[in-house]
Ligand binder design. Sequence first.
Ligand code: CP
Length: 290
Amino acid sequence: MDNLFRLKDLSVKEINDILDLANKCKDGTYDNYLKDKIIANCFFEPSTRTQYSFNTAQLRLGMKVISFNSDNSSLKKGESFYDTIKTFESFNIDGIVIRDRKDHYYEELKNIHIPILNAGDGASDHPTQSLLDLLTIRNEFGHFEGLNIAIVGDIKYSRVAHSNIEIMERLGMNCYVSGPEEYREEGYKFIDFDKAIEQMDIIMLLRVQHERHEQKMQLSLEEYHRDYGLTMERVNRMKDNAIIMHPAPFNRMVEIADDVVECDKSRIFKQIENGVLVRMAVILKTIGGM
Ligand code: CP
């Protein structure tokens, strides 16, 4: 694998291979496997989980890591995104992790010849988030085929929703969306939230991404919580073996109640744990040539 831009570029077999390798990374087999390699993490948009779980994965692999700080860089002197990335390539490093607010930013990086790992582009794709979601689901249920998932919330502005629905449908899952009308998108199957609660195997909540909106949300935060928030009363109506997921960061008492965050059905922190494993796996597949 030369780069990781989006899961659409990978076959179902390639995706399952990455998940298999991620599970193998658990026992330390690949710790220090890439100890001679240098990687840069270039985040042009804020991040906690993706940035630092890539960083943790790189440290587990024994890599040497450069953390780019965009606020203290020559971007402030007018240097372009392309020239910044070209500069890192010229350091003769082995790979680069990039997050940017622009959709498909990698299309302007065709002249960069080191592996690029996409850590999220605009509202389009978040391939490593989807991989960690898939690992969490496969490890929980043992398969994908026939599972029902509802992704609830700000679908329109969510790279997680867009990335996940494409690959989950390819893997045989039944994907539905739910949430406020203002954040719905044509082309997806809609389900009423309270129906979804009772029928789905997986409820995946999303944060309202105010930073990507031009207009203020029509609902107040209290109204959002009342109509679309996952409360314990709703959790108690879910199927016995159903689970709750969220890419995080989450807003307590908006899309999720405080006491639901770490309840028995929640896999939110398991997703974060799995994030390190899938990021080790994609680095091994690209920079490690596995
Ligand atoms: N899930 C996710 O992408 O979180 P961060 O924005 O904190 O990386």
